[in-house]
Write a protein of this length. Sequence first.
Length: 133
Amino acid sequence: MYSVRTEGSFDAAHFLANYQGKCRNLHGHRWRVIIEVKSETLENGMVIDFTEIKKDLKDMLEQYDHSLIIEENTASEKLLEALNEDDYKINIVKFRPTAENFAHFFFSELKKKYNISKVKVYETPNNCAIYEE
Ligand SMILES: Nc1nc2c(c(=O)[nH]1)N=C([C@H](O)[C@H](O)COP(=O)(O)OP(=O)(O)OP(=O)(O)O)CN2
Ligand SMILES: [Zn+2]
C-alpha cells in the first residue's frame, strides 16, 4: 500500500461555547491540516499528483483563513449583526469547532474527490486530532 501526505494551514479565531475554561474566550490558532491519501496502485508513478491535491486543500482552507469561526446558534443576533455590519469574515459551522470535528469535516469534504485515509488537525503546535477510516 502506498500513501502520500501533504499539508496546509489557515489562521482563524474561534471560541468554544458552553465550555468551562479559557477556550470559552475568543482566541486564535494557526490550524495545521495534514492529509493522507492511500492507494494500492500508482498512476504515472503517483498515488495522486501533489500539485492537484495541494491546490484543492489550499482552496478548501482558504475559506476559513483569517476568519472568525462560530458554531451555529452560539452567538447572539446582536453580535452577528455587528460583525456583519463591519464586514468581518465569519464562518458559521454546524459543529463545535474543535480539532476533532474539523478533522472529520475536512475528511468528508476531501472524500468527495480523493481516496482519503486520514486527516490530522493541529490546533496548537502540541495538540492534534485525527480522523481516519
Ligand atoms: N480534544 C480537544 N480538546 C480541546 C480542543 C479541541 O479541539 N480538542 N480545543 C481547545 C481550545 O480550542 C484551545 O484553544 C486549545 O486548548 P489548549 O491546548 O489548552 O491551549 P494552549 O494554547 O494552552 O495549548 P498548548 O499546546 O499548551 O500551547 C481546548 N481543548
Ligand atoms: Zn482554540
